[in-house]
Design a protein. Structure first.
Length: 227
């Protein structure tokens, strides 16, 4: 597997993604505790009523392969804990994306899907989890191939998209935890939780396309991802 070293990561800091985004990215919301990465959502102490949130992104771009992270979320309406790949206009490209999103108003399920040229593709899904995302760490994986994407949880295949719904452009890897006050139909109504919300990431790994089992815990080990 390709080592994902600290110097290759960019911590999002000082901007918001748009009017639909309920917070400002802040490096203060990206910390380490108990050997895990912690991405938080918290009120800005300097500006009560404003919210800060955490995101990291790899500066390199990846095309095909296995993308995996072991994550435990918080539980709150109006928030999103996500592992995804993305490239877009800020990088001089059209919007391409592959998603693993846990809308933490309901931690019994998660959402997967893709975007091509800014258009969400048919075939995405909301999928039941084997345990609540906030109760313990779960391993989320997707294997991106030229003609299909397969999503797994705890090594079990849970969804597949094929053909023209599969992006063909190299993308960056992101981990993010953010809130909204406008996308209420999708993410639920945001209200002050009275405490910081936390997304814990035990590990993240990328394995190049065509390579097999190279690290413990990967969906590629034990024949779990074979056709």
């Amino acid at each position: 597997a390709r080592p994902l070293v600290a110097r290759e990561w960019l911590v999002s800091d000082g901007w918001s993604n748009g009017d639909w985004h309920g917070c400002t990215w802040s490096r203060r919301m990206v910390t380490r505790r108990d050997n895990a990465l912690v991405l938080s959502i918290a009120e800005d102490p300097a500006n009560p009523g404003d919210w800060l949130c955490g995101e990291i992104q790899l500066q390199a771009r990846f095309l095909y392969g296995t993308f995996e992270a072991r994550i435990r979320t918080d539980r709150a309406s109006g928030a999103n804990a996500a592992l995804f790949t993305y490239i877009g206009p800020v990088h001089g490209q059209t919007h391409q994306e592959i998603d693993v999103e846990i809308l933490t108003r309901d931690t019994s399920r998660f959402q997967v899907g893709t975007y091509i040229d800014g258009v969400p593709q048919e075939g995405g899904a909301v999928i039941a989890l084997p345990a609540r995302a906030d109760a313990d760490f779960l391993t989320y994986s997707f294997i991106w191939e030229p003609a299909r994407i397969r999503w797994f949880v705890e090594g079990e295949l849970v969804h597949e998209m094929t053909g023209e719904t599969v992006p063909q452009v190299a993308q960056k890897i992101y981990l993010s935890h953010w809130n909204t006050e406008t996308l209420t139909d999708w993410m639920g109504v945001w209200s002050d939780p009275g405490r910081p919300l936390e997304m814990h990431v035990d590990w993240l790994a990328y394995t190049p396309y065509g390579m097999g089992c190279v690290h413990d815990g990967s969906v590629l080990c034990g024949g779990r991802a074979e056709d």
